[in-house]
Design a protein around this ligand. Structure first.
Ligand SMILES: Nc1ncnc2c1ncn2[C@@H]1O[C@H](COP(=O)(O)OP(=O)(O)OP(=O)(O)O)[C@@H](O)[C@H]1O
Ligand SMILES: [Mg+2]
Length: 507
């Protein structure tokens, strides 16, 4: 009896739905657009009156734009951690610029999330394109996420939850992205179609702060400075300053300037833009390059003292000096042109200063600018004043503490009887971390710790001998140097007096 009632009930429900669908199809086909639109609107209103749930859709592509929506990508990343735990059908994806595989929920899967006591559900929907003409459609299907929650949470979802999803999603995307090393040097300006201003390769430098040879305290200070910068978005907004920071790394060759830049990028998960100033045509091109740099990046200008003549342009000169300088400059540039077969850069100091802290430098945000140089004294003070280059870091010869970091990295030892001798030698002579690293490098699998340390001792002793020879040569050159005619009167007197005494003694 009960089974018959159930069957009857299902038949009634089925026939009601079928009649409704039939009526709806007739309406859609034969009713004018205005009537149809009115009925659709009224039906939605009627349903939402009874339905206490609110839906929000986030589409993969918005309007006719071909770019993937940032919000969709952020939701996808956010749900990749959530859905991997609760969804039953998952999809494995690897985005173009991502270095990690991501598990996301498959179409029509539903996952739930909890936020401040509210239960929120997410469904991945898919919309087929409207058939056009003969039904052959080259348009792809469009996916969207639908978020559903009770209407009593409306304000909380709009004000806090969505912001939380976007923030977390973006963080996950940044963590998963394949970081890049960009350069502007390898572009053919006359190629057709036009090449992008920056070309890129995956950034895979393995340097880490742990492996940089440097005093622990100084290293910690740099790490904290970088981390504070990366977490200070609100602070920079509050003080009304563009979210960027300049670092000047200076010191002799082989002391770890480039290594430190790679360690900085790895610490903060930033892209690196290696700006080759000599390949930039003029200040306008410099501005264009700047506009294309995204946030979370380090802009590097290596050997800034050799890049261009960035000091001469602002100094007052007599007419003759200016003329001589101009001729010299022209000759230099022609030589360069002949040598490299390409146009020369007209970037000026003021163009570069504008690049660092002009109005355009604020677009994108979260940028670090690093200059490296072997000769800090050669740079124009305006270029490196605090505010432009906020932090000046000297990378110098290897200290014993620095050596211990390298020994731990290269040889996996933290103490050894030969360390005392190395400590003494390091106090007596200068050696770069690059030379220490080279000495500690194993040349064959049979090479043991003792042999590597002995090699370093040998290198240090040679460096000491070389320094002593150089010093002796220098001293003898000073002694042998004839007194100059144009030397100050006082100096002349001092050099002449002993002679007259000698003469007197002789007579
Ligand atoms: N402080 C350091 N810590 C660890 N390794 C270092 C350090 N300095 C140099 N090295 C080693 O020496 C090599 C050369 O160093 P790096 O290129 O960073 O020097 P640099 O200061 O940039 O030199 P240059 O001024 O010539 O550009 C690196 O590959 C690294 O192995
Ligand atoms: Mg370098």
């Amino acid at each position: 009896m009960a089974a018959i009632t159930m069957a009857e009930m299902w038949t009634t429900v089925g026939s009601t739905i079928a009649s409704f669908m039939f009526v709806w199809t007739i309406i859609r086909q034969y009713c004018p657009y205005e009537v149809r639109h009115f009925l659709e609107k009224s039906m939605h209103r009627l349903m939402s009156f009874f339905n206490p749930y609110i839906h929000v859709s986030i589409h993969e592509f918005m309007g006719t734009r071909l770019n993937r929506s940032e919000a969709y990508a952020a939701v996808e990343a956010y749900l990749s951690t959530n859905s991997a735990k609760s969804a039953k059908r998952l999809k494995l994806e690897m985005e173009k610029d991502s270095k990690k595989i991501v598990l996301t929920m498959d179409e029509y899967e539903k996952v739930t999330d909890e936020f401040q006591g509210a239960e929120i559900s997410w469904v991945l929907g898919i919309r087929s394109p409207k058939p056009v003409g003969n039904g052959n459609n080259s348009q792809p299907e469009r996916r969207y996420y639908k978020l559903t929650f009770h209407k009593r949470y409306r304000e909380m979802i709009a004000e806090s939850y969505l912001e939380h999803v976007m923030k977390k999603g973006k963080e996950i995307r940044v963590k998963n992205r394949q970081r890049k090393l960009y350069t502007n040097g390898a572009r053919d300006k006359y190629a057709y179609p036009r090449q992008p201003l920056w070309s890129d390769v995956p950034f895979e430098h393995p340097a880490r702060f742990e492996s940089v040879a440097m005093e622990a305290e100084k290293k910690q200070e740099i790490i904290e400075d970088l981390l504070t910068f990366s977490q200070s978005k609100d602070f920079y907004a509050r003080i009304g300053k563009a979210w960027k920071r300049g670092y000047l790394l200076y010191g002799p060759p082989g002391t770890g300037k480039s290594t430190m830049i790679a360690a900085m990028a790895n610490l903060l998960n930033y892209n690196v833009y290696d700006l080759e100033l000599t390949a930039v045509e003029d200040n306008t091109e410099l501005k264009k390059l700047l506009i294309e740099i995204t946030g979370k990046s380090i802009i590097v200008i290596e050997d800034i003292d050799c890049s261009l003549d960035l000091t001469g342009h602002r100094k007052k000169k007599t007419e003759k000096e200016t003329e001589d300088k101009k001729n010299e400059e022209e000759k230099k540039q022609t030589d360069l042109k002949n040598r490299e077969g390409k146009g020369f850069s007209k970037v000026t100091l003021s163009g570069l200063l504008n690049f660092i802290d002009g109005l355009w430098s604020a677009c994108g945000g979260e940028r670090i600018i690093v200059f490296t140089t072997n000769y800090v004294e050669k740079l124009d003070p305006a270029l490196i004043r605090r505010g432009r280059m906020d932090k000046h870091i000297e990378l110098s010869y290897c200290s014993f503490e620095g050596f211990k970091v390298l020994a731990k990295n290269y040889l996996l030892v933290e103490a050894h009887p030969l360390f005392d001798k190395i400590d003494r030698l390091m106090e007596e002579t200068k050696i770069t971390p690059a030379d220490v690293a080279e000495a500690l490098m194993r040349k064959s699998p049979r090479e043991d710790v003792e042999k590597s340390l002995s090699k370093l001792i040998q290198a240090l002793e040679e460096a000491k001998k070389e320094a002593a020879t150089k010093k002796a040569e220098e001293e003898s050159r000073v002694l042998k140097a004839p007194a100059k005619d144009d030397s100050p009167l006082q100096d002349k007197k001092e050099t002449e007096e002993p002679q007259s005494l000698d003469d007197g003694a002789a007579t």
